[in-house]
Design a protein around this ligand. Structure first.
Ligand SMILES: *Cc1c(COP(=O)(O)O)cnc(C)c1O
Length: 239
């Protein structure tokens, strides 16, 4: 087994135990492998170990990797998620190349993605990124502005609104972390109660996936626990 295969197995076991502890069916939680800063061959190895959904933060790196992986595997073998901050000048590439965008936090970006989704492709799956801590310099829509943004995004023709993504401040304490995730869950349930047919609550990473599963996550985004430590580049790279 490659170490990526072994790591994936360990993450799957963590997810399985977290679901057990929360009395949830493990089939309800999708693992998104965050391959940012790792090469196409790492994606190929993870795919060989049964992983099909991958997340990228940096648009150009993601586009290059999608093309490289497409030389090794059929394009439809992998579901590619854009999870990083998105600028207007990158929306055309993202709309053409990715299957999901989880980091939509303003209407202008959503409108561009919908307009630029190429004809012939299925609607682009979208999650709204919720800033649940209220940190002023963090990405994400505020809880107060979320319902109006959800209504507007759901009306766009070439997008399919699937749910919410959030990256709350990390906390070493399980109960604190779970409480933050539960706030995201409450916003998710609120949108569903308002009539949005959402199925994706994307929260939890390598260090806090158990708390996220306990709070109802349906997708966890895991990088380091699958691929190992990232080179320092990650700390400074821009989208
Ligand atoms: C990097 C990243 C992850 C994965 O983080 P790890 O701590 O490596 O598991 C998940 N989500 C987003 C948005 C990220 O940028």
């Amino acid at each position: 087994m490659t170490s990526i295969a072994a790591n994936l197995q360990q993450v799957r076991e963590r997810l399985w135990r977290a679901c057990e502890a929360a009395s949830r069916d493990s089939a309800e939680v999708t693992l998104l492998a965050v391959s940012k800063t790792f090469g196409a061959d790492a994606v190929r190895q993870a795919h060989a170990a049964g992983q099909t959904a991958f997340g990228e933060n940096y648009v150009q790196e993601g586009i290059d990797k999608i093309a490289q992986v497409a030389q090794m595997l059929p394009r439809e073998a992998i579901e590619w998620h854009c999870i990083g901050p998105l600028q207007s000048n990158k929306t055309r590439l993202v709309a053409a190349q990715f299957d999901w965008v989880q980091s939509v936090d303003r209407l202008k970006i959503a409108q561009r993605l919908s307009e630029q989704r190429p004809p012939g492709l299925p609607p682009l799956n979208v999650c709204l990124q919720l800033n649940v801590d209220g940190g002023a310099n963090k990405s994400g829509v505020s809880a107060a502005e979320l319902p109006a943004l959800a209504d507007a995004v759901a009306a766009l023709p070439n997008l399919r609104l699937r749910g919410l993504m959030s990256i709350p401040e990390p906390s070493p304490d399980f109960a604190t972390q779970k409480a933050l995730f539960l706030r995201v869950r409450a916003a998710f349930e609120d949108l569903r109660a308002r009539g949005h047919a959402l199925d994706t609550l994307s929260m939890g990473m390598s260090d806090d996936l158990e708390a996220a599963v306990a709070a109802g996550a349906t997708m966890v985004r895991v990088g380091r626990a699958v691929f190992g430590h990232r080179p320092l580049k990650d700390a400074t790279a821009a989208a």
